[in-house]
Design a binder for this molecule. Structure first.
Ligand SMILES: [Zn+2]
Length: 129
């Protein structure tokens, strides 16, 4: 399961149920993006849960049609000299994944001397200018 912050989503989620529904993990509202059709659940204010069968690119890009250009570092845990510029709250331009690497699990940015992958949960999206 992937989660996205409710207030930082580029999707246009709309509530689908009239009354709160319940599954094994408790009550929630069912959401669907009116632009790309992505489905999600929201249990308490704060985060939206979506199936992990959606790629990070899809989750972050509303069907991939929207291009994310910048991310802000939040709770980054990587320990490596190449990550020295990824300080809490710093913003980074998103770059293309290096050849042979995929970007399904996060975003590539320029680290110190080499491209580095910032994983889902270690960044927040910066609104497009
Ligand atoms: Zn969407």
């Amino acid at each position: 399961m992937r989660t996205i912050p409710h207030n930082n989503s580029i999707h246009q989620f709309e509530k689908q149920n009239l009354v709160t529904v319940e599954d094994r993990r408790g009550p929630h509202d069912v959401l669907q993006c009116s632009k790309c059709g992505m489905k999600g659940k929201i249990r308490s204010f704060g985060t939206i849960e979506v199936s992990s069968s959606y790629s990070a690119k899809r989750v972050n890009g509303c069907d991939g049609k929207t291009t994310i250009r910048k991310i802000r570092i939040r709770n980054f845990r990587g320990v490596n000299p190449a990550f020295d510029n990824l300080t809490e709250g710093s913003e980074h331009e998103v770059i293309e994944a290096p050849e042979g690497k995929d970007s399904d699990r996060g975003f590539w940015v320029q680290g110190v001397g080499e491209p580095v992958l910032v994983l889902l949960g270690e960044y927040e999206l910066v609104a497009r200018a």
